[in-house]
Design a protein around this ligand. Sequence first.
Ligand code: DX5
Ligand code: ZN
Length: 224
Amino acid sequence: MPILAPSILSADFGHLEEHVREAVSAGAEWIHVDVMDGHFVPNITVGPLVLRALRPVADDTGALLDVHLMIEQPDRYVDAFADAGADFITVHVETCPHLHRTLQAIRERGVRPGVTLNPGTPLSSLDAVLDQVDLVLVMSVNPGFGGQEYIEGSTDRIRTLRDRLDRLGSRAHIEVDGGLNPDNVRAVVEAGADVIVAGSAVFKGRGTVADNVRAFRRGWSSEA
Ligand code: DX5
Ligand code: ZN
């Protein structure tokens, strides 16, 4: 059964804890925290303070804090996000000239390292580090904003990545992020994704947050 990781980017920040708790109570296992600096991507969001505010929710419920760093020079902030309680820290290959060392530094802090890449970046850019990560995040939109359309070519990239990880004997998660909803999620899971990020479909979807979480769980198990 895939893991659902609602992205707080689309949450109502006036009711953040309440809505995150609602999502977790309805079955979401991870909380996806999108960190943006206005340089690597044209948007600014949250930092370690908000992660720290969500740590009690994770402690109470067993949910994992899944931090997606869309920032320049992420090495400078690994300690701050580790101290704030991150369970996973995922960095963009496009922002890490010393990627092997950055991933090592994340793991040395007792945090599970992840790597991610933009839709225009070749999968081969990850080849040298696939054995070093616990998670590979496949961006299925250009990073920066919620509510975008899923980029269809992402499904083949997921399939290719799953094949590469299987051949390596890697147990790394494949997380997919961007434009996912209960209607398109099944194909993504069938291609090999086991963690699904969803922001607008959960926090700005058709029903309540709980309804929207349950709709995903139906969506990825529904018959075609
Ligand atoms: C985009 C973020 C995604 C985004 C997903 O840069 O990395 O996590 O919040 O939002 P939706 O699910 O609305 O596409
Ligand atoms: Zn994200």
